[in-house]
Design a protein around this ligand. Structure first.
Ligand SMILES: [Fe+2]
Length: 266
């Protein structure tokens, strides 16, 4: 069974509680609802989610825990995200396969399992929309700040190979923003130049020109301050291949960042 679905997901903190989402981010709420419907449609067996808010310094981490249970208060914004419980099954078998695939490609990937580990809000916020009942197993992944975009792309390729060869219906979620030069003021849009770059990058995704998106990403990540240096996007582009068709579901700002919800179905 091939990888069933890829996804770029939004995690802006003000949509954590859907009923409190401001009007200017309603497009993301609606997009995440549609993305959740797409996950239900493919009857996903497992979600593999890479979060920009799990920024590991030297390694790419894979959470191999059999269960993820905790209560999140976000260190960056405890006024917006506090005391949020989560409880999802893990998938140690698939997580272990991801670790092995990364290592065999020469990538410094480490599996870890610790019941005291608490998820970040880049993991919790999207999953509250995508798997609201907590009934689909999750494998959460870090980004790695010592990684080049090429290494993150290679890691994505390894992830894609594992998910395509698995008997499980898998969904890969890249949780992060596009342009991300943050400013004070939650309703502030990215600059016109940043919006233009976001739009061009999205256009390459929608036309299936993933090679061009990868080529653009190198400068775009730097100029637009793309979240996590664009590593979550490089990994997503590594996971995808030409069989996947993008569907745009929404775009909105958060403190000068640009955030999109896009699904990729084969
Ligand atoms: Fe973020």
């Amino acid at each position: 069974m091939p990888l069933s679905l890829g996804m770029l997901a939004a995690h802006v903190p003000r949509i954590c509680h859907e009923e409190k989402a401001p009007d200017f981010q309603k497009a993301l709420v609606e997009g995440m609802r549609q993305a959740a419907a797409a996950i239900r449609e493919v009857q996903a067996d497992v979600i593999v989610l890479m979060s920009c808010h799990f920024p590991a310094t030297f390694h790419h981490y894979v959470n191999v825990a059999p269960r993820h249970k905790g209560v999140l208060t976000a260190v960056e914004c405890p006024d917006l995200i506090a005391n949020v419980p989560y409880d999802y099954p893990g998938d140690p078998e698939l997580a272990g396969q991801l670790v092995e695939a990364g290592k065999s490609a020469g990538i410094p990937v480490i599996g870890f399992h610790d019941p005291t580990y608490t998820w970040d809000y880049g993991t919790v916020v999207p999953l509250r929309y995508l798997v609201p009942q907590g009934d689909v197993p999750v494998v959460d992944l870090s980004v790695c700040l010592a990684s080049s975009l090429d290494e993150s792309h290679l890691w994505g390729q390894q992830i894609g190979k594992v998910l395509r060869s698995s008997s499980k219906r898998a969904v890969f979620v890249s949780s992060g923003a596009l342009s991300h030069n943050l400013v004070r003021g939650p309703d502030k849009m990215p600059t016109l130049s940043e919006q233009a770059m976001d739009n061009q990058f999205i256009q390459y995704l929608l036309t299936g020109e993933y090679d061009r998106a990868r080529e653009m990403l190198t400068q775009y990540a730097r100029l637009a301050g793309v979240e996590s240096g664009g590593r979550h996007l490089a990994a997503l582009l590594g996971v995808l291949d030409s069989r996947y068709q993008a569907r745009f579901l929404g775009y909105a700002q958060s403190s000068g960042s640009g955030n999109a919800v896009i699904t990729f179905a084969s």
